[in-house]
Design a protein around this ligand. Structure first.
Ligand code: NIG
Ligand code: FE
Length: 418
C-alpha cells in the first residue's frame, strides 16, 4: 500500500503517547515523551503509525517522503482562547498605555472592547471574514492546528451572530479545527443599562446563537467594572440550557470571584488568572475545571503573570493559550507564549508544551483526536527548523521555529494565498 506522507530521520518526535490522555496535572506535566531518530506515517488524514528509524520496514512507500534530519516533529498547538475575529487593531490605545493609562481607564473612556465593537458593527460579514482570515493563516504558520474563537465585539444580536458566522467560516476556509464561544457578555454597550443588556444576552442572543448552532461554549468577562459573579452565573446558566458549555474570563484584573463561579457552574476552563490566591487554588483542586494562563495578555498589559508554578506545584493541571485579540494580546504566536510561560512563570519547556497541547485539548473536547502523536489521531503536526532540543523553542523567543505544517494529513503550502 502507498501511504500519503512518510517522514523519516526525525531527530525527536515529540509528545508521543500510546493512548489519548484526558489532561496532565502536577508532576506529570514535566513528562514529555520524545522518540529519537523516528519515522512517522500519515494516511487518510490520520497518524497511521510511527516508530524508530531502525524499525522502519524497507517496503514502506509513500506519495511524499520528507527527510526531517536535524528537525523535531510536534503535534500542532491547540490554542484554546482567542478573539481573532475583529475589525481593526487598536494601536492608539497601545500608545495611551505606554503613556500611563491603564486597561480599565481606557475601557471606562469608551475605548477597549467598546471601541472594537464600534468598528466591527460597520463591517459586513464578508469584510469581517476578509480581515480575519489572514490572522488564521498567520497562526497556522506558527504551529497552531486547532483554535477556539470567541464573539464579544458585536454586542448586538445581529453583530454577535455575524462574528460567530465568520468564526465558523474560518473553520471551513482554512484547515484549522475550530471551536466557537459566545461571549456576548464581554462589555455593556453605551446605549443600554446593564440589566437591559443582560436580559438581551439571555433572551435574544443565546437562543439565536443556539438556533443557528453557532457556538460550542459560553463565556462571560467576570471582572470588576464588567460582569459580577452573580451576573456571570445567570448568563452561563442560561447558556447551559441551550447546551453551551461554560468557560470563563476570570481574575484578570482582580480577584473577581470568577474562579468560584466558574467551578460552581461546571466551567470546563477558567482563563487568565493573573490574580489568584490560595483560596482559588483550593477550589480548583476540588474541580474538573482547567486553569488556563494567557501569558501574552499579562505581558502586553504589564500585569502580574498567572502563578503557574504554584498551580502546578499544587498538583493542578495548567493550560496555556494566546488570547489573540486587539486590546490585550495582539499576537497568536504560540511559540512566543511558551517563551513567556517559561521565562515569566518559571515553568519548564516540557510543562509548557503539555500545557499548550494536551491540556488545551481537554478544554475544547479534542482529547481523543488532537494534541499528541498517537496512532489514529488527526495528523496535525509541524516540522521544526533544525534545532538542538525542544527547549530551543521557548529559548529562541520571538522566532518562528516552524518549517513545514501538516494539517488533516495534508502539507500546507509554505506561502499560502494570503
Ligand atoms: O481576554 N478581558 C477581556 N477580553 C479580552 C480583551 C478584550 C479587549 O480588550 O479587546 C482579554 O484580555
Ligand atoms: Fe480573552
Amino acid at each position: 500500500m502507498v501511504y500519503d506522507i512518510l517522514i523519516t530521520h526525525i531527530k525527536g518526535l515529540v509528545q508521543v503517547r500510546n493512548q489519548s490522555l484526558h489532561k496532565v496535572a502536577g508532576k506529570e506535566m514535566a513528562n514529555l515523551p520524545i522518540l529519537e531518530d523516528a519515522f512517522l506515517i500519515i494516511s487518510q488524514g490520520l497518524i497511521h503509525s510511527f516508530g524508530l528509524m531502525k524499525e522502519l520496514p524497507s517496503s514502506v512507500n509513500a506519495h511524499t517522503t520528507i527527510d526531517a534530519t536535524g528537525r523535531f516533529v510536534f503535534p500542532s498547538f491547540v490554542d484554546s482562547h482567542t478573539h481573532l475575529v475583529y475589525a481593526a487593531p487598536r494601536e492608539e490605545e497601545f500608545v495611551m498605555k505606554i503613556k500611563g493609562a491603564t486597561y480599565e481607564e481606557i475601557a471606562a473612556r469608551g475605548g477597549g472592547i467598546l471601541n472594537s465593537a464600534k468598528k466591527l458593527q460597520t463591517l459586513s460579514e464578508e469584510e469581517l471574514l476578509d480581515v480575519s482570515l489572514p490572522r488564521a493563516w498567520e497562526i497556522i504558520h506558527m504551529g497552531t492546528g486547532a483554535v477556539e474563537i470567541k464573539s464579544g465585539y458585536g454586542l448586538t444580536t445581529k453583530d454577535e451572530l455575524k462574528m460567530l458566522r465568520v468564526a465558523r467560516r474560518i473553520g471551513i476556509e482554512t484547515p484549522l479545527t475550530l471551536k466557537t464561544t459566545f461571549l456576548g457578555a464581554h462589555a455593556v454597550p453605551k446605549n443600554k443599562s446593564k440589566d437591559q443588556y443582560i436580559s438581551e444576552v439571555i433572551h435574544e442572543m443565546i437562543p439565536a446563537v443556539a438556533e443557528e448552532k453557532l457556538a460550542d461554549y459560553i463565556d462571560v468577562f467576570c471582572e470588576t467594572g464588567f460582569f459580577t459573579p452573580a451576573e456571570t452565573e445567570l448568563i452561563v446558566e442560561a447558556g447551559k440550557e441551550f447546551g453551551l458549555i461554560p468557560r470563563i474570563h476570570a481574575n484578570q484584573l482582580s480577584r473577581s470571584g470568577g474562579v468560584q463561579v466558574g467551578v460552581k457552574t461546571g466551567a470546563i476552563s477558567v482563563d487568565h488568572l493573573e490574580n489568584l490566591g490560595d483560596e482559588e487554588i483550593d477550589i480548583l483542586k476540588e474541580s474538573e475545571t482547567m486553569p488556563t494562563s494567557l501569558p501574552g495578555a499579562a505581558f502586553f498589559l504589564n500585569l502580574p503573570f498567572t502563578p503557574a508554578r504554584k498551580i502546578i506545584d499544587a498538583g493542578l493541571p495548567l493550560a496555556i493559550a494566546s488570547d489573540y485579540n486587539p486590546g490585550s494580546a495582539p499576537s497568536g504566536n504560540m511559540p512566543l507564549m511558551l517563551s513567556l510561560a517559561c521565562i515569566k512563570m518559571r515553568i519548564t519547556p516540557e510543562e509548557a508544551i503539555n500545557a499548550a497541547t494536551i491540556n488545551t485539548c481537554y478544554t475544547l473536547g479534542l482529547s481523543q483526536t488532537h494534541g499528541s502523536v498517537t496512532e489514529g489521531k488527526v495528523a496535525n503536526l509541524f516540522i521544526t527548523n533544525p534545532i538542538s532540543s525542544v527547549a530551543s523553542i521557548p529559548y529562541s523567543f520571538g522566532i518562528n521555529p516552524v518549517s513545514r505544517v501538516i494539517l488533516n494529513g495534508k502539507l500546507i503550502p509554505t506561502k499560502s494565498a494570503w
